[in-house]
Design a protein around this ligand. Sequence first.
Ligand code: NAD
Ligand code: MG
Length: 392
Amino acid sequence: MRRVSIFGSTGSIGENTVDLIARAPGEFRVVALSGGHNVDRLAEQAIALDAEIAVTAVPDLKQRLADRLSGSGTEAAAGPEALVEAARRPADWVMSAIVGAAGLRPGLAAVEQGATLALANKESLVCAGELLLRIARAHDAAVLPVDSEHSAVFQALAGEDIAAVERVILTASGGAFRDWPIEDLVRATPEQAATHPNWDMGRRITVDSASMFNKALELIETNEYFGIKPKQIEVVVHPQSLVHALVGFRDGALMAHVGPPDMRHAIGYALNHPQRRALPVERLDLVRIGRLDFREASETRWPALRLAREVMRLRGLAGAAFNAAKETALDAFLAREIRFTDMAAVVEETLEAMHRENALKCDRMGLDQVMETDHVARERAAQVVAQIRTDA
Ligand code: NAD
Ligand code: MG
């Protein structure tokens, strides 16, 4: 039986992963599951899948989790260190589906023990792609992308020579405000931003889709994971979210990956790789769909895309600073401290300040440097947020 762990099992990607595992009784031994505040759901999952250990990221919730698990045979643990320890437990396949930079250390621990890492947590690649991939190589651990676009690119590249790739095109739904007049964006509320036209995802990534910070992270993710040059990576708006990405080769061919907006495809692909097994996803009826539309992804409407290009130019620790500033700006927007359109300004000013201070350079990336950069960027970004509030 394959031993599997799921970090962030109570989230949107986590629940979809649990769903696929639960559909294959007898095939998997579940080692660790992890969640945050929702310990009741975490305990339910752990009991249903007979997990060895369940970890909540929230130290204060350890007793509640232990109570829910009493008599089940599943161990309870809590806190960030317990998460890393759980990721060190021998496993063949580990899903990294915590949201944010908090997903980095469990993912690193998983590849250090040689597990195949199914990577939904794109922030790991943005903050520390060089480090994560270096450690994975050193331990002969495969890293498989679980973002729909990157899974699509990965599949389009199977059996191909990466040197023959001319360009990669990532599609973006355009998020909640795709059709809003640009001057209205300043009044967008967190509730409005948290609705997505096509995908059902966690709240943070849904708001990031509206601002295109999600696509910005994905540009960097493509650059880090596949080593494709920034100028070869394009973004187009595709309102139907059926074409997930396209790879263009030097003979002019474009290979598109088409499928329903259901993350169980990308998760299942990574779970079954290198095999393809049947998955419970909708089969597309092309005649009913009728048409696929594509539009320009404007950097004026979505400045996050421009900032991603700047991060790829700066490299080094710029990704870690970018992500941390983005997370801080997102929290401030969700708390109604800044406006929707202020988020890009917070990120841009943070990056500029840290670049001026020469704080984004590094030769050989280490975890301490990444964590320090993350910390400094959050402080800087919080200062920019405070300044915006004073000016308002
Ligand atoms: P979510 O908010 O639904 O779930 C996040 C999970 O992480 C939950 O289990 C939560 O308890 C846990 N968590 C939150 N903060 C934590 C912390 N500080 N420490 C430890 N655990 C914490 O998020 P999601 O939409 O499932 O996204 C998870 C990851 O997958 C993100 O990196 C996201 O960008 C990526 N992703 C998601 C989708 C999607 O369709 N939802 C698609 C592509 C990529
Ligand atoms: Mg994606």
